[in-house]
Design a protein around this ligand. Structure first.
Ligand code: SDX
Length: 429
């Protein structure tokens, strides 16, 4: 394999170095391109552009491979928990018993919010989307910790990371309770991460929610499967904000906003809205598939397709199995699951989807599990954000610890008006 790339331009030849990753991925290093040629590259949607070297997550989209710090997602899904996987993603190794205990205790100790945060919740209308509340409250929470504002406080990283991972869950639960006019339920130190979230979501002051192990396991798996995914839209946003040396909470709040979009983390909500529409109209899915193939319809088969996976998203496979087993245990038969399976079956045989290599992604079945647990649809992207927090923090950490880190500042090609001059108001037509 060549160690450099040749570029012929305007009768001149330029040599650009190649970069190769540990899994054989190769990139042309264009750091000197503009100095050499006074040209830049242009890449709509960054589909061909790497923004960084990272050691956190490896994806092979052609083979449907996903590994966190080298460990296959299938093994972590079967053998690990969200908290243990969060530690792996952030610190780069599976924790020892002592490290896991310390991390878990830090999460428990930081589960509650500053009491004055309650007044911020009062300010939101009950109709406020929980992703708007989540982003606002993550930043609000940082105001109660003046020491947080500086990026360079490495000594406080562990505490701040644990506080962010723990509080994102509390903020989410409090926003749900507020939206339903229910009293907030404080975290209980006896409960571990996911059980505590379910407790804060569904318990009453007079009656504790029954914590079913199967439900905890299913939701913990959802968090784990969402924990990181290399340079997706929201993680790239977190790195963009971290590159200006903004604090960890500001970076996470920006990540929440990017994740909210229906093409990204908002897709799990859009999938269930799509399935409900199909169910309501008594369509067996074929009408919707026809519309999804017709660009004019403005409809897409939500939960299908992926910028990187041109094969089945390995997470979708795991979630689909978890779906079946949870609904079986809870004795729920959800017509939306049947519709989803029929849509998948038809799409995987349809040349439109096959030619474009469109397969189910992580969002296609995840909403069915959340519905079965009783999580309302508007909370689905929030669940995604809770799961993705360790990945965002790990990417923040890579930038914060990089002495050579530079601010992200892409170039552009200007296609606007050439030189013109100001026209006084009385002369304008
Ligand atoms: C996530 O990046 C990540 O890693 C994200 C994520 C993570 O963990 O962080 O995996 C989480 O965001 C998963 C994706 C969730 N989004 C959806 O499910 C929304 C539906 N899917 C799409 O809109 C789309 O597939 C994207 C956004 C996921 C990817 O878009 P791309 O890579 O820009 O692809 P594209 O829009 O250029 O599509 C290529 C072609 C087009 O048709 P042609 O112009 O070639 O004729 O495929 C078509 C598209 O119209 N197409 C679809 C489709 N997705 C793509 N047609 C119908 N239904 C779809 N879902």
């Amino acid at each position: 394999m060549s160690k450099e790339a040749k570029l012929e331009l305007d009768g001149k030849s330029f040599t650009l170095p190649m970069v190769e990753g540990t899994e054989g991925e190769r990139a042309v290093d264009i750091a000197c391109l503009r100095n050499y040629t006074s040209c830049i590259t242009l890449d709509d949607g960054y589909a061909n552009t790497g923004s960084c070297l990272s050691k956190i997550t490896f994806i092979d989209g052609e083979k449907g491979i996903l590994r966190y710090r080298g460990i296959p997602i299938e093994e972590l899904a079967e053998k690990s928990t969200f908290v243990e996987t969060a530690y792996l993603i952030i610190y780069g190794h599976l924790p020892t018993r002592a490290e896991l205990r310390q991390f878990s205790d830090l999460l428990t100790a930081n589960a509650n919010l500053h009491e004055d945060m309650k007044y911020h919740f009062e300010g939101f209308p009950s109709s406020a989307h929980p992703m708007a509340i989540l982003s606002a409250m993550i930043n609000a929470s940082s105001c109660f910790d003046p020491g947080l504002m500086k990026m360079g406080n490495a000594g406080r990283f562990d505490l701040l990371a644990a506080r962010l991972i723990s509080q994102v869950r509390t903020i989410a639960a409090f926003s749900y309770r507020k939206s339903r006019g229910l009293p907030i339920i404080y975290p209980k130190s006896a409960y571990k991460y996911t059980a505590n979230f379910l407790h804060m979501m569904f318990s009453e002051p007079y009656d504790d929610y029954e914590i079913k192990p199967e439900v905890v396991r299913a939701l913990d798996l959802i968090f784990l499967l969402h924990a990181d995914h290399e340079q997706n839209c929201s993680t790239a946003t977190v790195r963009m904000v971290a590159s200006s040396q903004a604090n960890m909470f500001a970076c996470a709040a920006a990540g929440v906003c990017a994740l909210w979009g229906p093409l990204h983390g908002g897709a799990n909500q859009a999938v269930v809205e799509m399935l409900e529409e199909i169910h309501r109209e008594g369509d067996d899915g074929s009408k919707f598939i026809t519309a999804a193939k017709d660009k004019v319809s403005g409809k897409r088969l939500m939960g299908f397709g992926h910028r990187v996976y041109k094969h089945y998203d390995p997470r979708a496979k795991i979630i689909k199995q978890a779906c079946d087993s949870l609904l079986n245990v809870l004795q729920i038969s959800d017509p939306l699951l049947d519709i989803a399976k029929k849509l998948e079956e038809s799409a995987l045989k349809d040349p439109y989807f096959v030619e474009r290599k469109l397969y189910p992604n992580v969002d296609f079945y995840s909403g069915i599990i959340m519905r079965a647990i009783g999580i309302p649809m508007e909370m689905f992207p929030v669940i995604f954000a809770i799961g993705r927090m360790p990945g965002w923090i790990a990417n923040y950490k890579e930038i914060a610890e990089d002495p050579k880190a530079r601010i992200y500042r892409p170039r552009q090609i200007y296609v606007g008006p050439t030189l013109t001059h100001f026209m006084p108001l009385h002369k304008r037509k």
